[in-house]
Design a protein around this ligand. Structure first.
Ligand code: AP5
Ligand code: MG
Length: 214
């Protein structure tokens, strides 16, 4: 099963993507996380990506498309994959070419802007394993011990692009560049209300994947 998750920053692509990955035993390929890993490792791609990411801009289309194309041919993608955050503009969809036709489900998460900004300002990520948490009591999941990852006890940090300024820029880029991709594929895109708790959203997606509708 090959799935693409779309949605503005903070809609829960990473959160719900991880739940789907566990259930269907297929890898979650987050374009942003792959780039952040490359930055941490100091690879050529990471060096290029750094300045774009920290300022909330998209990295050049050929760079990210090559990263994704190289990743989806690995053995663990044999039974499928979940793409989170790719393609993010028409150029990337074009560069992905006929692989777009092989995607079984295109899911779009929708949520009000104020809720997205609220979630993002509370997001904390594990420095060690990349697990995502939130410090706002009304967001999910909260870490059991403040500042520490439940899974590996790693330190939690705030992403550099989660400042209010970078968030606004990223949301504007989403409207300008990613929304046209959703319009182009509107016959294939299934919209999901992502304003709820993660379990409710997850169940809505599972229904679509298994029954074809919500
Ligand atoms: P990326 O890492 O993909 O970030 P993003 O698209 O900006 O999306 P987010 O990760 O911010 O949102 P999300 O929907 O995953 O939300 P999450 O589940 O964490 O990309 C980062 C950067 O990389 C880009 O800006 C760009 O520079 C570069 N890049 C990436 N892809 C690229 C591409 N294709 N081309 C070019 N450049 C690219 O949830 C948010 C928070 O809310 C969390 O704290 C979570 O715990 C909480 N939460 C989630 N769901 C719920 C819920 N239902 N209820 C309560 N709380 C919730
Ligand atoms: Mg994410």
């Amino acid at each position: 099963m090959k799935i693409m998750l779309f949605g503005p920053q903070g809609a829960g692509k990473g959160t719900i993507g991880a739940m789907l990955s566990k259930k269907y035993e297929i890898p979650l390929l987050s374009a942003g996380q792959m780039l952040r890993d490359a930055m941490k490792e100091g690879t050529e791609v990471g060096k290029i990506a750094e300045k774009y990411i920290n300022e909330g801009n998209l990295v050049p289309p050929e760079v990210i498309t090559n990263v994704i194309k190289e990743r989806i041919v690995k053995d663990d993608c044999e039974n499928g994959f979940i793409l989170d955050g790719f393609p993010r503009n028409l150029e990337q969809a074009e560069l992905f070419g006929e692989k777009m036709d092989e995607i079984d489900y295109m899911i779009e998460f929708e949520a009000p802007r104020e809720l997205l900004i609220h979630r993002l300002t509370g997001r904390r990520t594990c420095k060690n394993c990349g697990e995502v948490y939130n410090i706002h009591p009304d967001c999910d999941p909260n870490p059991k011990v403040s500042g520490k990852c439940d899974k590996c006890n790693g330190e939690l940090y705030q992403r550099e692009d989660d400042t209010e300024e970078a968030i606004k820029k990223r949301l504007a880029i989403y409207d300008e560049e990613t929304v046209p991709v959703l319009e182009k594929y509107k016959d294939r895109v299934v919209k999901i209300d992502a304003g709820d708790n993660p379990q409710a959203i997850f169940e809505r997606v599972v229904k679509v994947l298994e029954k074809g509708s919500q």
